[in-house]
Design a protein around this ligand. Structure first.
Ligand code: GTP
Length: 355
């Protein structure tokens, strides 16, 4: 069952916008990992520099200090980079500095040892790139940079076998790197697309295509926790005599009426949080408005539903309540529901403010 749903979802094409969202999401999720990788890489570079300098009797030079400062500066800059596309450029700069630093250190050791050290450094760099949150052009650019800066240029002293072995190993490691990157990034993108779709469905009302009760509770509770200046209001909406619509015209027309009311809510309350709470009930969380403005908005909604052209006109009743400091969402819902009941009792097609 799960596999067939998964197959069906994965057959849908991933749009360019979703792909961009995935790349940004991937970068944000892995931002602290990138910082850690950069910090560890600088540590390894330092160690590498010490070991290889010792091997080549070079000593730790001022150039080494400059490279360390440069790499630390790039690590510092990474802390402030919020956009994935900026990271791709910074990463390219980091890789370029790192590779040039490695090349210079390795250039100081005996010629015969250089191809092995360059190959070791290059393959480590390429492996590291596969776990970074890069898009394809950024990954290909990193691979090209590593190859052009670290590939050991064969000398005439090297035999044909030696040169072939080195070339063969580099071809193998580059091929493996790109294959692993493409394979993993596709799998991650598909998982993201699937999670995106399923979460979207779990938090959307399938009929009216506005948020559902689950989405409303989660979003409003979050807003209530961070709400600055009161007042905030909660409105409960119920379609009047909806049962009669169903009984007279059938369920399909009832569904159309629900969609019609949801459209009016979306139009009038575009800047607020709204949802279909269930059946023919809707909820709205109003923030950043005075009591007078909140009353004006729900009154406008009543009018809009009443007057909007429709084959099956309906009216709505609304209960509006101010959320008292310290009140939770469920208390506010009860208060708004009581006010809604008053609207129904007083003749429907109106709103009541809970005193
Ligand atoms: N078409 C359709 N009807 C639904 C849906 N969910 C709930 N209903 C119907 O909504 C109606 C709710 O009616 P009631 O709560 O009894 O009240 P009412 O007729 O709206 O009367 P008042 O609330 O007093 O104005 C019932 O007939 C339910 O079957 C749905 O998704 N589609």
């Amino acid at each position: 069952m799960f596999k067939s749903i998964e197959r069906e979802i994965l057959q849908r094409p991933v749009t360019a916008a979703l792909h961009r969202e995935f790349l940004q999401h991937d970068y944000e999720r892995l931002h602290s990992f990138c910082l850690l990788t950069y910090a560890a890489s600088i540590g390894i570079w330092f160690l590498f520099d010490l070991i290889v300098s010792f091997e080549g009797n070079q000593g730790f030079s001022i150039a080494s200090v400059l490279f360390l400062v440069l790499l630390y500066a790039l690590l510092g800059a990474l802390q402030f980079i919020a956009e994935a596309r900026h990271f791709y450029l910074l990463n390219l700069l980091f890789v370029a500095c790192y590779c040039i630093g490695l090349r210079l250190v390795i250039a100081g050791i005996p010629q015969a040892l250089q191809p092995a050290w360059l190959t070791l450094a290059g393959s480590t760099m390429l492996y590291g790139a596969t776990v970074m949150p890069l898009n394809r052009p950024a990954m290909f650019a990193v691979t090209a940079l590593v190859c052009s800066l670290l590939f050991p240029i064969p000398s005439t002293a090297d035999g044909a076998l030696h040169t072939t072995l080195i070339l063969g190993y580099w071809l193998f490691i580059v091929g493996l790197t790109l294959y692993a990157y493409l394979h993993h990034s596709r799998a991650k993108l598909h998982n993201f697309a699937m999670a995106h779709l399923l979460l979207g469905q779990a938090y959307m009302d399938a009929l009216t295509e506005i948020p559902n009760r689950r989405a409303f509770i989660s979003r409003v509770e979050q807003l209530m926790r961070t709400a600055g200046e009161p007042p905030c209001f909660l409105a409960m909406i119920d379609i009047d005599d909806f049962k009669k619509v169903n009984d007279r015209f059938g369920h399909d027309i009832g569904d159309e009426v629900l969609k019609h009311v949801a459209t009016q809510i979306r139009q009038v309350m575009a800047d607020q949080q709204y949802a279909r709470l269930g059946g023919e009930e809707f909820g709205i969380y109003l923030q950043g408005l005075s009591r007078q403005e909140a009353e004006g908005r729900v009154e406008a909604l009543c009018r809009q539903v009443r007057e909007a052209p429709s084959d099956h006109p309906v009216t709505i009743s609304i209960g509006l309540a101010q959320i008292a400091p310290g009140d939770g969402l469920s208390q506010a819902l009860i208060k708004a529901d009581k006010a809604l009941y008053v609207s129904k009792r007083n003749g429907k097609n109106r709103y009541t403010y809970a005193a």
